[in-house]
Design a protein around this ligand. Structure first.
Ligand SMILES: Cc1cc2nc3c(=O)[nH]c(=O)nc-3n(C[C@H](O)[C@H](O)[C@H](O)COP(=O)(O)O)c2cc1C
Length: 170
């Protein structure tokens, strides 16, 4: 059992966040990570319709009672439906943690994250992008910088190899 800011923030046993993977982190994979004590992250963009996504969240809720997150993909080409529709579903189902990624914050979604009281993780490939997100709207937010392997970013060396977090703002 580890106690770190991230285990406290997410309610998990080990400070391990499973990388979201399109086509791979479906309900079963996500539940396996959460059941092992990390944070599994379901890739919403796998699902082509609201109904398919809702079924995947239901399946995940059957498979685990541990914390998990849902990734909302900000790359338009990878996203079959509007993120607001995915967000509707995850709020209906009572999901508590949402993950986004990219160079900037999804400002149009931030207000909804805040209103719903979601814990929001924004994943960046470099410090400069995390700082840009940090300087965004003063909403409830948290950022992290993942150690990057397959998606190397220009700020990697300066980012260091560990997770970093900023305190939530309200
Ligand atoms: C096959 C594959 C699919 C991925 N799909 C997503 C995705 O849908 N959304 C996302 O935010 N990141 C996605 N990623 C990025 C990973 O979650 C992770 O941030 C990245 O691979 C860096 O972590 P690593 O150093 O452990 O590989 C994907 C990565 C891989 C390899």
């Amino acid at each position: 059992m580890f106690q770190t800011k991230i285990t406290e923030m997410l309610g998990i046993e080990y400070p391990i966040v499973g990388g979201t993977m399109m086509w791979i982190t479906e309900a079963e994979f996500t539940a396996a990570i959460s059941n092992a004590g990390g944070l599994g992250v379901l890739a919403s963009a796998i699902y082509q319709s609201r109904e398919e996504f809702a079924e995947a969240v239901d399946r995940l809720l059957e498979l685990t009672d541990k914390p998990f997150a849902v990734n909302l993909n900000l790359f338009p080409m990878m996203r079959p439906i509007d993120n607001n529709d995915y967000l509707d579903v995850l709020l209906e189902k009572g999901v508590k943690i949402v993950e986004t990624s990219g160079h900037s914050a999804p400002q149009e979604l931030c207000a909804r994250f805040k209103e719903a009281g979601l814990t929001w993780i924004h994943k960046c490939v470099g410090v400069r992008y995390a700082l840009k997100v940090q300087d965004g709207p003063r909403d409830r937010w948290r950022w992290h910088i993942r150690r990057q392997g397959t998606c190397r970013g220009p700020g990697l060396r300066r980012a260091g190899r560990d997770y970093r977090y900023a305190p939530a703002r309200h």
